[in-house]
Design a protein around this ligand. Structure first.
Ligand SMILES: *Cc1c(COP(=O)(O)O)cnc(C)c1O
Length: 382
């Protein structure tokens, strides 16, 4: 049996979500974020489809991710958000570096001069995220300096929101104001427009003023809204947005099969630490998936899976390679039957928001954990 899970990725769902984004932003250019292997969905296959559907740029974290796309013969412009170590790769693979300090600009300039080339770059400014980018009163001056550096052509600037997903958008407003201020100043000094982008998925959905010249959605492409903090069937916390974004279609379904079914009497402890004791004679299913496969140990006694269209609970601790579920209420379940970890069957749905909620995290982590450790297959629709 294949260990772990199968992640079934619907490329038509991703195409659909891209069309939704394009409608929302009225056909502005989309920089499709495909870092971390497209949030667990597989960057090469996802990018191929996104290009076919008309994205203008791809966005990745590191040059290694961009190289994988180039080696798959994808020629779309690729923006590399975070890498500063592989300067040669920016040139060899025609990538667009995001420069976030002067030193990086100098290294890129040196390489450009060595090659007798000029390279297009975007520069990141930190407007309040506190992660990477030019910061402080010298920002515009440094931008100008970078624009004047030989071998470098400053074509774009970008910034990133810290909390565009909250219902209180005062901090997002502050960040956007700073960003627009910087954009206006540098455009005036250079006497040309600088291509500017700041909007992640949350800002695509809630913050039209932030759409600017292009948008950079990630999570939305894969069918989830960052605004919904909790699954619909659980009470919303105080940050929860009640609004539903049903128009996005989740692209990932995660499945496994029943490894073994055991008849177990009442009073038997299940798994490490005896955290679950059977209350009745019944059937316990053993699944070939564990935390080594991205199925969080926090799902111990705390998540469901779907078998034959019904929810059944995880019982006992999730192990490294195995998880037990209570199949007593499922008639005629058999070894090798399909088990839905994430996705829909019949009237039941387990989405990434639910799994994220149960494991005290966000759908981003749920999707990357499961998607990047499963065997992926691609389908048109689930
Ligand atoms: C990950 C990332 C995004 C996309 O964020 P989502 O919330 O998934 O839309 C956009 N820009 C940068 C720089 C990122 O790192």
């Amino acid at each position: 049996m294949h260990r772990g899970a199968i992640a079934e990725i619907s490329l038509s769902a991703i195409a659909h979500n891209l069309q939704i984004i394009k409608e929302i932003v009225r056909n502005l250019p989309v920089i499709a974020v495909v870092k971390a292997d497209a949030y667990g969905h597989g960057a090469v296959e996802v990018s191929k489809r996104l290009i076919k559907e008309g994205v203008s740029f791809l966005g990745v974290a590191y040059t290694s991710e961009a190289i994988e796309l180039r080696e798959a013969n994808l020629n779309t412009p690729i923006i590399v958000f975070f890498d500063n170590g592989n300067i040669k790769d920016f040139f060899d693979y025609h990538l667009i570096p995001v420069i976030y300090n002067e030193q990086m600009a100098l290294s890129i300039s040196n390489e450009a001069l060595k090659r007798g080339k000029k390279i297009k770059v975007h520069v990141k400014v930190d407007t309040g995220m506190g992660r990477l980018g030019l910061i402080g009163n010298e920002t515009v001056k440094t931008l100008f300096k970078i624009a004047e550096t030989p071998g470098i052509e400053l074509v774009g600037i970008l910034s990133h929101f810290s909390e565009a997903d909250l219902s209180d958008r005062s901090y997002a407003h502050l960040q956007l104001d700073r960003f627009i201020g910087i954009r206006d100043e540098i455009s005036k000094i250079l006497k040309r427009n600088i291509f500017s982008h700041i909007a992640n998925s949350a800002a695509v959905i809630t913050y039209q003023d932030a759409h600017l010249d292009a948008v950079r959605p990630g999570l939305m492409l894969y069918g989830y809204s960052p605004l919904i903090k909790n699954p619909p069937n659980l009470p919303l916390d105080k940050e929860g947005w009640g609004e539903s974004l049903n128009y996005l279609v989740p692209a990932m379904m995660v499945k496994t099969r029943i490894l073994c079914i055991r008849d177990i009497p009442a009073g038997i402890p299940i798994s490490y630490g005896r955290t679950f004791i059977t209350k009745r004679p019944g059937k316990i299913g053993v699944l070939p998936i564990g935390y080594a496969d991205g199925y969080s140990r926090l799902f111990s006694n705390n998540a469901d899976v779907i078998v034959k269209g019904k929810r059944v609970p995880v019982v006992g601790k999730v192990c490294m390679d195995l998880t037990m579920v209570d199949l007593t209420d499922i008639k005629d379940s058999n070894e090798n039957d399909e088990v839905i970890i994430l996705g829909r069957r019949g009237n039941e749905l387990i989405n990434a928001q639910e799994l994220a909620y149960r494991s005290n995290t966000i759908p981003y982590e749920t999707l990357t954990s499961l998607g990047n450790r499963s065997k992926r297959i691609y389908v048109e629709s689930h």
